[in-house]
Write a protein that binds this ligand. Sequence first.
Ligand code: ZN
Length: 90
Amino acid sequence: MRLGPTHRVAEKRCMRCEKVLDSATPADSKDRPARGDVSVCIQCGHIAIFTRGGKLREPTPDELRSIMADRRVKTLRNAVSLLHVRGKPN
Ligand SMILES: [Zn+2]
């Protein structure tokens, strides 16, 4: 998996930890986040879905099952866990 360039996005807060999210780094892409793309919070690993207006919403249970089976999501959530172990994201 390769990470693309980091894009500034409209400021929003993680629905779990309240972390201000104002940038997004795509996995295996160079594109800005679009409607339906998955977001993984850099602070807590919470998964959300980008909406058309660039906001975030909770995934449906079916979406969440599919997302959790995606190897890229597992890799990103593991990376967030490692950042916490090393104490960087707080
Ligand atoms: Zn979070």
